[in-house]
Design a protein around this ligand. Structure first.
Ligand SMILES: *Cc1c(COP(=O)(O)O)cnc(C)c1O
Length: 639
C-alpha cells in the first residue's frame, strides 16, 4: 500500500447501557466514509436489537502502523468438550506451559470480564490493572479485507485470527486460550507464536454461556505496562489471513475426521500393513517373520524365478509403462501374446486384457447392459461386479446367494427387458464356495440371458490343470468369462475371455479398456510366463488342493468346523471386534490371518479369512490350525 495515511474506524453500539455490537477497521483515508457508513449500518441492523447509542470513533494512525503475518491455522477436530479441553491442555504443555489444567479452570473468572484476563503463566497471578475490565486487544485489522473491498463485512473467524496474531506479537505474551461466550458456539482456540492458531472444534458444551480469553504472560512485572500498551494502543495490520473458503474447507475435512473416528470406535478402521518380502507363504512384518495365510498368490508364482525373469526382461525390452491406451499407442507384442495365451488356456476364441480385474468386471458389465436391460446378480458377488451393475444403469435384481431357483424365478420376471445378464462369482471371495456352473448355464440359456462368471479365485485353482470351473465340471463356458492376472497368476491385470464377437464388441465400447492406459509389458509378460509354468507344472494345483484338505481336517480335529471348495477357507466369528481380536492374537503368535468385516461382508458376519498356497508346508498348516482354534476359544469365551 502507498504512503497514504491510515485511520482507525471503531464502532460500538449499545442499548440501555448493554453492549449490542462492535467492530474496528484500519483503513486508508479514502476508505473512511464508506467503512464508517457500513459499520453504522451494521450497528443499526444487528440481530441483538436496535441500539439507542452508537459511538463512531475515527482516529489518525499516521506513522505508527506495523504489519504482522497471520498465525498459521490448524484445526483439531474434537467431539466432546472434555476432549477439546484435553487437546488444549496438551498443546499448552507442549508449548512449555506447565500449569495448563489450572489455567483452563480460570475461565470461570475470566467470563465476567469485558476484556481478557492477563495471567502470569507460572504464578497464575492476574496482572490486569482493572479486574472487571480486563485487557483489550484493539487497533488491528486484516489487510486483505481492504483489498477485497469487504471492509464492512463481518467475518468472526478472520477477526479471531487477527486478534490472536496481534496478541502473540505482544512483548512478554507466550500464549492465549479463547473459548467463545456464545452459548451456541462451541469452538475455541489455543495460540502461541510457535504452534500458531490451533482451532479446537469442540471445547465446551453446547448451551454453556461461559467463555472468555486468557492472555498468558511470562516476564518481569515492570514489563506488563508495555505489553498492555502494545495490546491496547499499537495499530497493527495483519497480512495473509486465511480466507473464508479455506475455513469452509477445513470444516469439510472436520466431517471426514468425524467419519474416521466413528469407524475407529466401531472396530472398522483399516490400515495398510507393509510386508517386507516378495509375496510368499511367509513375510517380514515389523522385523518379524510371519506365516502368511492371506495371499491370493495361490500357486506361488509371483516370486517364481521364471516369472520374475520374464518381467525383468520385458522391462528392459519394452519399457516400464506402455505409454498409452490400447487403442492409441498402448498395444505392444506382450499384450497380443498374453491375449492369445489366455484364450488358448481357457479354451475360448479370444481374450481381452484390462488394467485390473476390477476394471474387467466394470468394463464388461457396463458395455453389455444399460437402461432398459436387467442384471441378475448373486447377493455375495464381488464389489467390482456390484459397482459395474450400479454404473450400468440397468435394473439390478439380486438373487439369494447360490440359490439358482431364486435366480430362475427372478429371470422369469425380466422377459420384457431388452437384454438380461446374469453374473456370478465362480468362487465366492469371502466364503470360498463354488457356483454350480452347469445348472447356471442351463438356466441362463433357457431364459435367453447372457451368462457371466468371475473366475478371479477359480483360475489356477479349480480343475485338474487350473483352468477353472468349466474344467472342474466338464461343462461349457459362460458367454463372458472374467478372470484376473493378480491372484493365482501372480501378476496384475484382468481379462475377459469369450467369443471373437464379444471381444471385438468390448474393444469398441468398453470404457475402462478404451480410456485407461494399458498395463505395462512387465506385468503382462509375467502373466504369460506364469501361464506357461502352470501348464508345465499342474501338480501345483494338486498341492494346493491337498493343503486345503489338510488344513480343514486339522481345524476339525480342534473342533472348528468349516469347509472350502477353493483356496479360501472362511472361519466365521460374527462380532467385528472379536474377529479383530482373534486376528491380533494370531499375529502375536506369528500368523497373519486378516479379519474380514463390514462392509466387505455383512455386519455381524465378521470372520477370519484364510487363503492357502501350494507352497505352504504341512507342518505350517497344522500349527496354524491349532493356533486359530485356541484363539477362537479364548475370544469366544470372553463374550
Ligand atoms: C480380486 C477380485 C477381483 C478384482 O481383481 P483385481 O485384479 O484385484 O482388480 C474381481 N473379482 C473377484 C471375485 C475378486 O476376488
Amino acid at each position: 500500500m502507498s504512503e497514504e495515511s491510515y485511520y482507525s474506524v471503531k464502532m460500538r453500539a449499545a442499548r440501555g447501557g448493554a453492549h449490542i455490537s462492535g467492530a474496528e477497521k484500519i483503513v486508508p483515508a479514502s476508505a473512511v466514509p464508506k467503512v464508517a457508513s457500513v459499520l453504522v449500518e451494521r450497528a443499526l441492523t444487528h440481530a441483538k436489537g436496535v441500539p439507542d447509542f452508537i459511538n463512531l470513533k475515527v482516529e489518525s494512525q499516521e506513522g505508527s502502523l506495523s504489519r504482522l503475518k497471520a498465525l498459521k491455522v490448524t484445526t483439531h477436530a474434537t467431539r466432546t468438550a472434555a476432549e477439546g479441553r484435553a487437546v488444549a491442555a496438551e498443546l499448552l504443555r507442549g508449548a512449555g506451559i506447565g500449569r495448563a489444567d489450572e489455567i483452563l479452570a480460570r475461565f470461570a473468572e475470566s467470563h465476567s470480564m469485558r476484556g481478557a484476563m492477563l495471567l502470569d503463566v507460572d504464578t497464575l497471578e492476574c496482572l490486569e490493572p482493572d479486574p472487571e475490565r480486563g485487557v483489550r486487544a484493539t487497533y488491528m485489522d486484516d489487510v486483505s479485507s481492504l483489498q477485497k473491498g469487504t471492509a464492512g463485512g463481518k467475518n468472526h473467524y478472520a477477526e479471531a485470527i487477527v486478534l490472536a496474531t496481534k496478541v502473540q506479537n505482544a512483548p512478554g505474551v507466550v500464549g492465549e486460550i479463547c473459548v467463545s461466550d456464545d452459548p451456541d458456539y462451541v469452538t475455541g482456540y489455543v495460540a502461541t507464536r510457535e504452534l500458531g492458531y490451533r482451532r479446537i472444534t469442540v471445547i465446551k458444551e453446547k448451551g454453556d454461556p461461559n467463555g472468555g480469553r486468557i492472555f498468558l504472560y511470562r516476564g518481569p512485572r515492570d514489563g506488563v505496562a508495555e505489553t498492555i500498551r502494545f495490546l491496547e494502543q499499537t495499530p497493527v495490520l495483519v497480512t495473509d489471513v486465511p480466507v473464508l473458503a479455506a475455513v469452509r474447507e477445513e470444516h469439510r475435512f472436520d466431517q471426514l475426521a468425524d467419519a474416521l473416528a466413528a469407524r475407529e470406535k466401531a472396530g472398522l478402521s483399516r490400515y495398510c500393513r507393509t510386508l517386507v518380502a516378495p509375496t510368499g507363504p511367509t513375510a517380514i512384518v515389523d522385523g518379524r517373520e510371519l506365516l502368511v495365510l492371506a495371499s491370493n498368490d495361490y500357486l506361488d508364482l509371483a516370486r517364481d524365478p521364471r516369472v520374475m525373469a520374464a518381467s525383468a526382461t520385458a522391462a528392459r525390452t519394452w519399457g516400464a509403462g506402455s505409454g498409452g491406451s490400447r487403442l492409441t499407442t498402448g498395444t505392444q507384442p506382450p499384450h497380443v501374446r498374453l491375449e492369445s495365451s489366455l484364450a488358448r488356456f481357457k479354451g475360448t476364441e479370444a481374450a481381452l486384457v484390462y488394467g485390473t480385474g476390477y476394471m474387467a468386471n466394470v468394463g464388461a458389465i457396463t458395455a453389455l447392459v444399460g437402461k432398459g436391460d436387467a442384471i441378475l446378480s448373486d447377493e455375495l458377488n464381488h464389489a467390482s461386479i456390484i459397482d459395474g451393475c450400479r454404473l450400468s444403469g440397468a435394473d439390478v435384481l439380486v438373487y439369494r446367494h447360490g440359490d439358482l431357483d431364486d435366480l430362475d424365478r427372478k429371470l422369469s420376471l425380466c422377459r420384457e427387458h431388452r437384454r438380461r445378464l446374469v453374473v456370478s462369482d465362480g468362487v465366492f471371495s469371502m466364503d470360498g464356495d463354488m457356483l454350480d456352473l452347469p445348472r447356471f448355464l442351463e438356466i441362463t440359456r433357457r431364459h435367453d440371458a447372457f451368462s457371466m462368471v468371475d473366475e478371479a479365485h477359480a483360475t489356477g485353482v479349480l480343475g485338474g490343470t487350473g483352468r477353472g470351473l468349466s474344467e472342474h465340471f466338464g461343462c461349457g463356458h459362460p458367454d463372458i468369462l472374467m478372470g484376473t492376472l493378480s491372484k493365482a497368476l501372480g501378476s496384475e491385470g484382468g481379462f475377459i475371455c469369450g467369443s471373437q464377437l464379444l471381444i471385438d464388441y468390448l474393444r469398441n465400447v468398453s470404457r475402462p479398456f478404451i480410456f485407461s492406459t494399458s498395463p505395462g509389458a512387465p506385468a503382462l509378460e509375467a502373466a504369460t510366463a506364469a501361464l506357461e509354468v502352470l501348464e508345465a507344472e499342474p501338480e501345483r494345483v494338486a498341492r494346493l488342493r491337498e493343503n486345503v484338505a489338510l488344513f480343514v481336517a486339522e481345524l476339525a480335529k480342534h473342533g472348528v468346523e468349516t469347509r472350502s471348495e477353493s483356496a479360501i477357507v472362511p472361519i466365521l466369528v460374527g462380532d467385528e471386534k472379536a474377529a479383530l481380536a482373534a486376528s491380533a492374537a494370531l499375529e502375536t503368535q506369528g500368523i497373519l490371518v486378516p479379519a474380514i468385516r463390514y462392509p466387505t461382508v455383512a455386519r455381524g458376519a465378521a470372520r477370519l479369512r484364510v487363503a492357502l498356497m501350494s507352497a505352504h508346508e504341512p507342518d505350517q498348516l497344522c500349527r496354524a490350525a491349532a493356533a486359530i482354534a485356541s484363539c477362537l476359544k479364548t475370544t469366544q469365551g470372553k463374550r
